[in-house]
Write a protein that binds this ligand. Structure first.
Ligand SMILES: Nc1ncnc2c1ncn2[C@@H]1O[C@H](COP(=O)(O)OP(=O)(O)OP(=O)(O)O)[C@@H](O)[C@H]1O
Length: 934
């Protein structure tokens, strides 16, 4: 009998038609050990043999894969292939012509300089805990839980231009769960805000950069910034020569499926993203130990102009994906909108929230769909029930288009599983089509049209000639094992039929043996199964049934959880081994048949890209409609005004028992800067966030929480909302807010939505006001829509100088608490025009807090004294006041002249208006005002 640990090679079992004889010759050379048996590590010689001398590898390696049998999905492993897996890569780093090095993510890592010093990277530490998804792990039917759908699986290559091209960034990313490569290239400024934001959105598992970006003591700014911002992400540096644009173009030509081949035209002259994709694919093929089949990948170019930019700290402030108090709860925008049923749908929702659309037409098409789903109940429920049955189509595709370089039991098992999933998926196309048949909106009709693709039927028919009709995806590992075992129809391979009969007999024998044991010992024994243990015995009972509280000595490997015992016996272990043996034979023969089948259907398989796109989008739109049914959301309009009638905070609504107080918003180009004041706890931050959340919801095609809403498309959404000190980056509150505000000032434009809350709180009042004033004046030079919440009431005076500034405040009411004979504050959360008239509200808030009354009393006393002192110092003659005003005016004029982009005529008009205003305020100061104007 074959013992897996003795001989890892599968005995050559004859395979009947249709697979033999040529299928046998093309079939996998199997490592059928119970555990994966890695191929022996190839020598550096073998490595150089597989890469033609003088080439940087990409073409050489692929030509290695082209020696595979004609068909892309054939499983014959490439001979002498250099790359095996990450660990062999680390061992092979002496072969410096392949890759330079792998380093841990942190620039502060003690190994780091050492790694970079060595040109050959000998002694590169193995990264512990690295766990990447591999095709051998197979496609698992994931639940739609956000966690599994969003665990990092993206690898990104980043490269920056050199010399005059510094600041030109090329990026290429691939999600290991989805066979899609996204390329982008853009110019970034010195803060590299776009790169960092893009990377944060991708949430990578690993980042690849060129070794020239991190020469010790002379790392590029981009490299330093990335390592600082992504401390928990794995970093790999590879030789610059692998960032080769010519190879990148070749890769795209070879791998991109016909439907998306227009990408070639888009990226032909985008050298940096081409260079990045070359390095990325070379690396992924290495770590995955597999190559992508020719014409199998969706490759697309994504410019930064197609979506709105939300930087990562704004995403965090707004709690788009993660709740700031408790990262496990779903009190986030994602939580509010996520009623998706598939992992693809939930991934799509996540990426949309982080990168909302900017194209009104597309947004309106989505809104039309949501509207139809809301109006047609039958459509909504019908669609929801079909969509819920889909598995992760993207991941399925991802596995189907990879050719493993090594064949093991696991790869075989995973291919069989995937074929069953493929059948399951394709069987859902018709029900989906029927549900969408009578839809009216263009997008739903387009999705219906995409399902009419004949290839779905062709693939399914071919599958059905080989695979049993009732082979389908089932929950539970034993169920799935049975499905895999009996997936292939009978009479296709007589040896397979025999092996299956043997397997059934062994399983029956196991059941019979356990029944006999139960009778023999008069115990309630039950047959159980787990993928780790195989068949074992379980017994749920209290100890009184057992003589001497002991199980019979025949039972071994006993474990007990509460009153449930699990154990096995020597005979059962042997039978499990026989069972595994026959299973391996079955899998081997099934795999041969499946590979042949896959090779026949392969040319049609790309219709699944369309299907996965359709399913994830429908899932997201259904989710939007579902969210609407739980609250009174309204369809947004898109104009050049931000107008929200009675809007409320969607996350607060989910948390609180009562519906949040709704408020109006009306921001136009002529009145685009709102200063919001109000006591502590009156609702300022909530209001600011609510506007941003509504804006994002509208721009992803969702309805919004309001009675009416109209939005101006925002190209960027910036927030500066006070949070606690960032201990991780060791920056003080003040430095953190300065960094955040600098980022906004550098990047905001006329189409931005900017929300600033409590700027300048990290320093003293005078300086805080100064900073706020300067920041406001800078932002006022833009047509961006800005909301600025502050406790510095002095700032409200800015409306005198700028007609586009509006002062708003949150009202509070003072009520007498008769029982305690004290005044209490009642928060109305209502926004009104003008600035707040509340005084000393900090003390009032402190009074209702848990601060000891004696401290509050002291604080009141000290405040009164300081206020008196300030008033005394400020007491001045009318002449002093006049001079102060002249000084202030002169400063303003100089500043305006310096900053202004106005033409001379406009500047003159502006100055003369200012002069008139000054003369009106100080009628006896005409001479001075004349001087000032000069
Ligand atoms: N519109 C609303 N409806 C109901 N409750 C609200 C509303 N706005 C705010 N609240 C409640 O009031 C609390 C305080 O609000 P928020 O933090 O926005 O106040 P604030 O004015 O920004 O306070 P501070 O100035 O101290 O930062 C919120 O946590 C929320 O529970």
């Amino acid at each position: 009998m074959l013992r897996p640990d003795v001989s890892p090679t599968f005995p050559s079992v004859p395979v009947a038609s249709p697979c033999s004889p040529e299928a046998r010759s093309q079939g996998p050379r199997y490592n059928f050990g119970l555990q994966e048996t890695p191929l022996s590590r190839p020598s550096a010689q073998a490595a150089s043999a597989s890469s033609p001398p003088g080439t940087s590898g990409a073409a050489g390696d692929r030509s290695g894969s082209s020696s595979l049998p004609g068909h892309p999905l054939s499983a014959l492993p490439p001979q002498g292939s250099y790359f095996r897996n990450r660990s062999s890569f680390a061992e092979n780093t002496h072969a410096s012509h392949v890759m330079l090095g792998t380093s841990s993510s942190s620039a502060q890592d003690s190994n780091y300089p050492q790694i970079l010093k060595s040109p050959l990277c000998a002694g590169i530490p193995q990264r512990s805990g690295y766990k990447s998804w591999t095709p051998q792990m197979g496609y698992s039917a994931t639940s739609s839980s956000a966690v599994s759908a969003h665990s990092p699986s993206v690898i990104v290559a980043v490269v920056e231009g050199r010399g005059l091209a510094r600041g030109e960034i090329g990026m290429a990313s691939i999600d290991l769960k989805s066979p899609q490569i996204v390329l982008s290239q853009f110019a970034d400024n010195t803060t590299y805000a776009k790169v960092i934001t893009k990377l944060k959105i991708l949430s990578p598992l690993e980042i690849i950069m060129s070794n020239t970006a991190c020469v010790v003591g002379n790392s590029t700014k981009l490299f330093t910034l990335i390592t600082e911002n992504f401390k928990n992400v794995n970093f790999t540096t590879i030789q610059r020569k692998y960032f080769n644009e010519t190879k990148g173009l070749e890769y795209i030509e070879q791998l991109c499926i016909a439907e998306f081949s227009t990408v070639l035209m888009e990226v032909q002259s985008k050298y940096y993203c081409l260079a990045a994709v070359a390095a990325l694919l070379k690396y992924v093929e290495f770590i995955q130990n597999s190559v992508y089949a020719p014409k199998s990948l969706k490759i697309c170019f994504q410019g930064s102009e197609q979506t709105a930019m939300i930087d990562s700290s704004s995403a965090q402030n707004l709690e788009l994906l993660i709740n700031n108090q408790d990262s496990r709860n779903n009190h986030t925008l994602f939580g509010v909108l996520n009623y998706t049923k598939t992992p693809g749908g939930s991934r799509r929702l996540r990426s949309n929230i982080l990168e909302p659309l900017v194209d009104v037409e597309t947004i309106n098409m989505r809104l039309d769909c949501v509207q139809e789903l809301l109006q047609d109940e039958e459509l909504f429920f019908g669609l929801q029930s079909v969509i819920a049955k889909f598995l992760d189509t993207e991941q399925l595709l991802s596995v189907l288009v990879q050719i493993p370089k090594q064949d093991t039991v696991n790869t075989a098992e995973s291919k069989i599983t995937n074929l069953i999933y493929l059948k399951h998926t394709l069987e859902l196309v018709d029900p989906l089509k029927i549900t969408l048949k009578n839809c009216n909106t263009p997008l739903l009709r387009a999705y219906y049209g995409s399902l009419e693709d004949k290839r779905f039927g062709i693939i399914l028919d071919k599958i059905k000639t080989v695979i049993n009709d009732d082979a389908r995806y089932m929950k539970g590992c034993l169920n799935m094992r049975t499905q895999k075992c009996y997936a292939v129809r009978p009479n296709i391979n007589e040896f397979l039929d025999i092996a299956r009969r043997t397997y059934t007999e062994i399983v029956d024998d196991i059941a019979g043996m356990i029944t006999q044991l139960a009778e023999k010992y008069s115990l309630p024994l039950r047959t159980s199964f787990s993928s780790a243990r195989g068949f074992f015995i379980q017994m749920t009972t209290d100890c009184t049934v057992l003589p001497n509280d002991q199980l019979p000595s025949e039972f071994i490997k006993i474990s007990k959880v509460k009153n449930s015992y699990s154990f096995t016996s020597a005979d059962l272990i042997k039978m499990n081994e026989r069972c595994q043996e026959s299973l391996r034979e079955i899998y081997h023969m099934t795999y041969m048949i499946v590979c042949k089948l896959l090779s026949e259907i392969y040319e049609h398989i790309h219709c699944l890209y369309k299907l996965s796109d359709t399913v994830s989008m429908l899932d997201m739109l259904l989710s939007f409609a579902h969210a609407c049914t739980l609250s009174d959301y309204v369809r947004p309009e898109f104009t050049d005004t931000l107008a929200i009638k009675q809007g409320w905070h969607p996350i607060l609504e989910r948390i609180s028992v009562e519906k949040p107080v709704a408020n109006n918003t009306y921001i136009t180009e002529g009145s685009n800067f709102f200063i919001i004041t109000g006591p502590n706890m009156s609702g300022k931050s909530t209001y600011l966030k609510q506007i941003a959340l509504c804006q994002i919801m509208a721009q992803i095609g969702s309805y919004v929480p309001a009675e009416y809403s109209s939005f101006r498309i925002a190209e960027q959404i910036f927030t500066r909302i006070s949070t606690d000190d960032d201990i991780e980056t060791n920056s003080s509150t003040f430095m953190k807010e300065m960094k955040e505000i600098a980022y906004i000032l550098h990047n905001a434009n006329d189409k931005s939505l900017i929300l600033i809350d409590e700027l300048g709180r990290g320093t003293n009042t005078e300086e805080g006001i100064g900073i706020c004033y300067a920041v406001c004046e800078h932002l006022l030079s833009l047509k961006a829509f800005t909301l600025f919440a502050t406790h510095f009431l002095e700032l409200c005076q800015i409306d005198v100088l700028y007609p586009n500034v509006e002062n708003m405040h949150f009202e509070v009411q003072h009520v007498k608490n008769t029982s305690r004979n004290k005044e209490a504050i009642l928060y109305t959360y209502k926004l009104s025009k003008g600035l707040t008239e509340e005084k000393n509200y900090g003390l009032k808030a402190a009074e209702v807090s848990s601060l000891p009354p004696s401290i509050v009393l002291d604080a009141k006393d000290i405040t009164t004294q300081i206020t008196r002192q300030i008033l005394q110092n400020q007491r001045s003659t009318p002449e002093m006041e006049r001079q102060r005003a002249v000084y202030h005016l002169a400063t303003r004029l100089v500043q305006t002249a310096r900053n202004s982009q106005l033409d001379p005529d406009s500047l003159r008009t502006y100055l003369s208006n200012l002069k008139k205003k000054y003369e009106a305020d100080f009628p006896r100061a005409e001479q001075d005002s004349g001087k000032t104007e000069e």
